[in-house]
Design a protein around this ligand. Sequence first.
Ligand SMILES: NC(=O)c1ccc[n+]([C@@H]2O[C@H](COP(=O)([O-])OP(=O)(O)OC[C@H]3O[C@@H](n4cnc5c(N)ncnc54)[C@H](OP(=O)(O)O)[C@@H]3O)[C@@H](O)[C@H]2O)c1
Length: 211
Amino acid sequence: MKIAFLGYGQVGAPLADHLQRLGHQVSLAAKDAESASVLKALERNPHLRVAEPNSAVGQAEIIFLATPYAANETVLASVSTELAGKVLIDCTNPVGAQLSHGLNNQQSGTQVIQNQLPTTAVVKAFSIYGFENFEDNQFPNASLKPAMLFCGNSQSAKQQVAHLIAELGWDPVDVGGLEQALHLEHMTLLWIRLVRLQERSAHLTWARLER
Ligand SMILES: NC(=O)c1ccc[n+]([C@@H]2O[C@H](COP(=O)([O-])OP(=O)(O)OC[C@H]3O[C@@H](n4cnc5c(N)ncnc54)[C@H](OP(=O)(O)O)[C@@H]3O)[C@@H](O)[C@H]2O)c1
């Protein structure tokens, strides 16, 4: 599959790396091909392609958004034509002061993106854990896989995203439509508080038991 990354820092770079190693054609959408984050991502995996954003997004079937939340609107506006009709995976989180919800719990950051891009199928995924788990999600002695909760309004987009999630070693858990994104963003805040404030393991993940 052809995949492009808008943002390839702590979250984007390990995901891009693993997806390329799985055989996907992965491009970094780069305004500056020599930026520190491009060079660092290439150091991790020299087989990643680097292309100007319109070209990278235009050629991709699925696009990951892994930029700081505050940059989303501008970054997406610059490639909105190329995003029409495509699948966008939103990994971003609006985090406010004192680890509160950055949009005052009224609307999710993902719904803001969907409103900005009405013809793009936006799926929220790869958002509820810290980046350490995108680098390494292996639990060799566990009988369950770590769960990756995701949501979106397009069933076909979610099927494609679920496939990538499973390929990357997670148990894909479809939690419903985009109205669930707000609750995933609160799960993220819970995770951040448990790990960054209470100093639990950064490899704390959830798993599914269902009957
Ligand atoms: N860190 C985590 O553990 C974690 C976990 C889950 C989700 N998230 C969410 O994922 C997103 C990315 O987090 P991160 O930790 O990966 O951030 P990061 O390490 O700072 O990386 C951000 C990436 O976005 C790019 N970027 C920044 N401003 C940009 C702009 N105006 N236009 C285009 N690209 C821009 C950066 O490129 P340059 O360096 O070249 O500017 C870099 O590649 C955030 O929304 C965060 O809430 C983070």
